[in-house]
Design a protein around this ligand. Structure first.
Ligand code: AMP
Length: 187
């Protein structure tokens, strides 16, 4: 099964992805983690993206799409992909479809965690304390939300009519969200 979990920053995508990875013995594909790793290792990509990331802006499609390619063609991960934080633009969504087609895979479930701005702000403030992420400053949070609304909304429109699409109330407790997702996945 290949699954997308998407929604605004702080919607709980990472938490839910980790839970599914454990249950389904699959692999989490977090472009945010991959990009943070490039920065940590101080690679060419890392140097290029550090400012954008810290300001809460999207990294260029070209860079993110390239990072993704390796994973899609990894035989060990075939049909065991849980996408968290990708795609974020329609360009990325089309790229994903294309790569999945080329590797004889498809998307099985698309979960949209719909969450209110107030819930997100509360959660990210908590995460800021727990994880000390440099892009979790309060003004960055609001910027990231606005960028999300502006750029990821078209992704929602792109997916919402597909039969694989499921909207989930992301304001619920973590375990309630997990239960709903597992119910839909029938596992
Ligand atoms: P996340 O960990 O998913 O919240 O992502 C953290 C940051 O990484 C975002 O604010 C963006 O700067 C960058 N990022 C992660 N995934 C993507 C993506 N698919 N496209 C563009 N930028 C991304």
């Amino acid at each position: 099964m290949n699954i997308i979990i998407f929604g605004p920053p702080g919607a709980g995508k990472g938490t839910q992805a980790k839970n599914l990875v454990e249950k389904l013995k699959s692999f989490q594909v977090s472009t945010g983690d991959m990009l943070r790793d490039e920065i940590k290792k101080d690679t060419e990509i890392g140097k290029k993206i550090i400012n954008h990331m810290n300001e809460g802006k999207f990294v260029e499609d070209e860079i993110v799409n390239k990072l993704l390619e390796k994973i899609i063609f990894d035989k060990e991960k075939k049909n065991k992909l849980i996408f968290d934080g990708y795609p974020r633009t329609v360009n990325q969504a089309k790229n994903l479809e294309n790569l999945l087609n080329k590797s004889n895979q498809k998307l099985d479930f698309i979960f949209f965690l719909n969450v209110k701005k107030e819930t997100i702000i509360k959660r990210i403030e908590k995460r800021k304390i727990l994880e000390n992420r440099s892009d979790d400053e309060s003004n960055t949070i609001l910027k990231r939300y606005d960028i999300y609304m502006d750029k990821t909304k078209p992704v929602l429109d792109y997916y919402s009519s597909k039969k694989e699409f499921h909207e989930i109330d992301g304001n619920l407790q973590i375990n309630q969200i997990s239960e709903k997702m597992l119910g839909i996945l029938n596992v």
